[in-house]
Every structure is written in C-alpha cells, then in structure tokens.
Design a binder for this molecule. Structure first.
Ligand SMILES: [Zn+2]
Length: 287
C-alpha cells in the first residue's frame, strides 16, 4: 500500500484511508459501520491518467483522454465493489437542483449520455445505483437514512452553500422517501479549509445575508488584506445540516483539506484549471 501522510486540521480520525485493488480512497467509518451502503471519496492515486490529470481523474470535460477516464471509473468501481455500469453522475453547475434517480439512470455520464443537466445532488432509495458527484475544493455532502433505506449525495460549493443545498437534499429525502431528519446520518467530506479559502466582500455579503448574525464570526473573518476574508465552508455546511434537523451526534465533519493535500487530492485553488476531478460515491447495498 502506498503510504499517504495526510495533513489534517486536527488530530481526529474522521475518515479512514482504505486501499482495494491498488486504489486508495477515503471512507467514513460512521457510514461503513451501518452495513447499509458502499461509499468512498477518491484520491489522485490508483488511476491511469497522465500529466496534470495524474492519475485518478474522473472528468471527461477537462481535456483528459476519455478512455483513461473510463478506465478510472472501472478501477474505482472494482475497488468499491460496485458495477461500473451502476454509476449515475450529476451535471454540476453550482445549482441547488436535486434529481431523484434510479435504475433507469444507471451508467448515465460514464457509458450513456445524461438526459438532464444542472443537477448538483442526487437521491435514491434503490440499491444497485451508485450516486457520483465531482469535487476539487467544493464540499461533498453524504446522507444515509438507515430507517427508510434512502441515500443522498450533494455538491456544495460556496454558491450551493449560500443556497443551502444540504438542507434542500434533506427536505427532498423527506418528500420522496418519508425520511425524517433526525434519523439521517450526514457526512461532510474532504474540501477546502478556512485557512486556504480566501474570498472577497461580495461573497461574504451573501453569507452574511444567508446566516444569522450571531454565527458570522465562526463562518468568516477578515484576513488583514483590504476587502478579503477567510470563509469556513465546513462550518457553514454544518450549520445548514443542523438547521435542517440533523442530530449533532449523527453529523460528521471532515478534517481533510483538498488544498492542504495537493499530492493526494485535486484542488482548484492550488492547481487552477490544470487538474483532474475527485469524486464522491454512495450506493445502497443490495439486501
Ligand atoms: Zn487547507
């Protein structure tokens, strides 16, 4: 196994690094322990892409060889223990739109054309359907309702966070599957940390409007440069999920930053456009 030395923001072991079939990926023990789902968050390692895409790139739209990307999906599927054909991809454009998906969507985005667009979150209650979302600093949100056997997976960049896509996903699981927020296990995955995420006043103003003033100090702080702030997307998403009714003891927040770990993770802030994409994966196991 390749030795990975994560730079963590604190000493907690929120996520585990596992390696299967030569592919290392990150996993939340709190999801794994339920025995209900297969899930993971990819790293840059274990794939076949080259150059700035090296090596586990999942994006078909950044200039990488499509055959390499497809092979990366096959490798990741094998490592996770799901069928590559079971994967259903989002069509991310920083919206707060959620799609209820199912077996009819299997393979869309990898082996078949997607017949939808502007979708930043997926929910399903069907086993054999692997939800897939893309990242390179934005925040992955995993949801499992162990009572109704339903799942959700969302992409929460700063725009999605202002729009509270996390809360919208929880509400949608309620509408579609009868999920109660207090039953749901939620995990906030690897993404950019507050120290690495500088934003301008125009972004901070949107956050100031979207969140109660008593928590503003925790979400953003001026960094000494004129009109510049450090913004905490982990804390903002934690607040959103608590507001949505998730119980604190069922909510996990990562301590792994994509920008602090460029050897293992792609980061837009660190690499700009010359990079690949990471993915989050989540599927209900067949009963
Ligand atoms: Zn960082």
């Amino acid at each position: 196994m390749q030795r990975i030395e994560w730079k963590k923001k604190d000493s907690r072991n929120v996520m585990e690094t596992v390696e299967q079939c030569g592919v290392p990926y990150l996993s939340f023990p709190v999801l794994e322990e339920t025995g209900l789902v297969t899930h993971g968050f990819s790293t840059r390692l274990g794939g076949v892409s080259e150059g700035v895409y090296a090596s586990m790139n999942f994006s078909f739209t950044r200039g990488d060889e499509p055959e390499h990307v497809r092979e990366n999906y096959r490798r990741m599927a094998k490592a996770l223990g799901v069928e590559a054909e079971s994967m259903v991809l989002t069509y991310q454009t920083h919206t707060v739109n959620i799609r209820r998906t199912g077996k009819e969507d299997r393979g869309k985005g990898v082996f078949r054309e997607r017949d939808y667009r502007d979708i930043d979150g997926l929910v399903t209650d069907e086993p054999g359907v692997t939800l897939v979302t893309f990242f390179a600093d934005c925040v992955p949100l995993y949801f499992l309702d162990p009572v109704r056997h339903a799942i959700g997976l969302s992409h929460s960049g700063w725009r999605g966070t202002v729009g509270k896509i996390g809360k919208i996903t929880v509400e949608r699981m309620g509408e579609e599957f009868g999920s109660k927020p207090e039953d749901i296990i939620a995990c906030i995955g690897p993404s950019i940390c507050k120290d690495c995420f500088e934003v301008g006043e125009e972004v901070v103003e949107l956050f100031a409007k979207a969140f109660p003033s008593k928590i503003h100090d925790r979400l953003f702080s001026p960094n000494g440069k004129p009109g510049k702030y450090q913004l905490d997307l982990w804390e903002a998403n934690r607040e959103i999920l608590l507001e949505a009714g998730i119980r604190p003891e069922r909510l996990q927040v990562t301590n792994l930053c994509t920008c602090c770990n460029p050897d293992y993770l792609y980061s837009h802030r660190k690499m700009g456009e010359k990079r690949g994409n990471l993915c989050a994966f989540l599927a209900l196991k067949e009963e």
